[in-house]
Design a protein around this ligand. Structure first.
Ligand code: 4HQ
Length: 230
């Protein structure tokens, strides 16, 4: 998969992309990323990317021209890649959407700043709008990183063969069961007996029950969508 990111703060991506699973995926050529500075697509001497909002009001709006031109500069080779804007007005990001995006060979993500981007970017350039949740960020960069991290780990070969992303909690529609490691007793708190029993059928049953109980207590609305036997 190839990912293009449009941003005014390219340095923000250095940390996450230079670490861990993502770095390894890039090294193994399972994913490639190109970060484009929106400011590079301005033509005036001050490299202006924002302007006042027509009609007045506080805050600046990102101008359409540099964003259109940045996308057009990468578009010739991009084919049917979705052009995704990170915005609180987008569809709420989920594991289901991560899976959907993981099927594309190419993604283009646009990170806004200030009070937002000119409406013509929404209406005539982007093909998808995604929100990572109902809270306000200062820019779309962290939201883009969240989306990319969730998508990239679904690409074939990115996780080791030992772990399947299809076993993850939100895939099954339930929260994760409790996990323990050594020591068996820590400060007087013991690991549940069944996990030390070596009885794998009983362990599976216990974990499934715990996952359901936890989901019922903390996120009951998830149970409606989970496919559980009667
Ligand atoms: N933004 N999920 C970028 C967000 C946001 C979110 C606010 C997007 C500021 C300029 N993006 N604008 N929540 O809060 O995606």
């Amino acid at each position: 998969m190839h990912i293009d990111i449009l941003t005014l703060f390219p340095q923000m991506f250095d940390g996450p992309f230079g670490t861990g699973i993502f770095k390894r995926a890039v090294e193994r050529k399972l994913v490639s990323v190109n970060i484009h500075n929106i400011r590079d697509y301005t033509h005036d001497k001050h490299h202006t990317v924002d302007d006042y909002s027509y009609g007045g009001g506080a805050g600046m709006v990102l101008k359409p021209e540099p964003i259109f031109e940045a996308v057009e500069s990468i578009k010739p080779e991009s084919g049917e890649a979705p052009i995704i804007l990170l915005t609180p007005q987008g569809r709420l990001f989920s594991q289901q959407i991560a899976l959907e995006l993981s099927k594309y060979s190419r993604l283009i993500l646009i990170c806004g700043r200030y009070e937002g981007v000119d409406e013509r970017v929404h209406s005539h350039l982007v093909t998808d709008e995604i929100s990572i949740g109902d809270y306000v960020l200062s820019g779309g960069e962290l939201a883009a990183m969240v989306v990319i991290e969730a998508v990239v780990r679904l690409l074939p070969g990115v996780l080791g063969s030992e772990v399947s992303p299809l076993d993850d909690s939100h895939v099954a529609g339930l929260l994760e069961y409790p996990q323990y490691t050594r020591p068996a007793v820590y400060r007087g708190w013991s690991v549940p007996e069944v996990l030390l029993s070596g009885n794998h059928a009983q362990i599976s049953k216990w974990r499934h029950e715990q996952a359901i109980l936890r989901t019922l207590e903390r996120r009951p609305e998830l149970l409606d969508k989970a496919n559980l036997p009667k």
